[in-house]
Design a protein. Structure first.
Length: 212
């Protein structure tokens, strides 16, 4: 059954990114440590077209991130390119090169209109200026029987949580304290989550929740 979901790495003190985020350092100071558990995995390396790597309890969790994903939603900062109108020269086409890992339609929330951007591998970026609901409507249509995956960042995820549009979430809890940065679960209404699964793995604990 199709659902709206997201999958994020989170520090013990609740941060998705560190302080001082910038175009050059989009995850902020210390933010890269949130993903150190994933870097050695063969499943993660395969997303970048690389061979080799480890297989451990995190492997199926990484594979599930892209399983049955029919469409994605990203915030402007997650797609990148800096604030304000889109740069014309050189054009900003995302962090991922010519063949992004999505291989599905991606809808980018932005205040600045831009023509759709087709990429290799079936990825296409559509820029939505009308807010979270029009983006979700378009993503549901594009996804068909697949899931709509909210890729981030934290502000985008919070908006969909606050609107009651999320069915399921997977939190990869990393045993670090960042202290400052972009916190995920703040300024939200009461939210009741039902724990579905816990996976202990090297350097991380994965917890899947269903929104009750």
């Amino acid at each position: 059954m199709s659902k709206v979901r997201f999958d994020i790495s989170l520090s013990l003190d609740g941060f998705m990114a560190g302080p001082d985020q910038s175009v050059e350092n989009p995850i902020g100071a210390g933010g890269m440590a949130l993903f150190e558990w994933a870097f050695p995995l063969a499943a993660f390396r395969a997303l970048q077209g690389r061979r080799g790597g480890e297989v451990n309890a995190s492997t199926p969790v990484v594979e599930e991130r892209f399983a049955n994903a029919g469409a994605y939603i990203l915030g402007r900062n997650m797609f990148g390119g800096g604030p304000g109108p889109w740069p014309e020269e050189p054009p900003w086409n995302g962090w991922w090169g010519d063949d992004p890992p999505y291989h599905a339609p991606v809808f980018v929330l932005t205040h600045h209109a831009r023509e759709p951007l087709p990429m290799l591998g079936g990825t296409s970026f559509t820029f939505v200026t009308g807010g979270i609901e029009p983006a979700l409507e378009q993503a549901r249509v594009a996804a068909g029987d697949g899931d709509v995956v909210i890729g981030g960042g934290a502000a985008t995820i919070r908006q969909y949580l606050a609107a009651g549009n999320v069915d399921e979430l997977n939190v990869s809890l990393v045993p670090i304290l960042i202290g400052r940065g972009e916190r995920l679960f703040e300024d939200l209404p009461d939210l009741r989550l039902e724990q579905v699964r816990v996976v202990e793995a090297p350097g991380v604990t994965h917890v899947r929740y269903r929104v009750a």
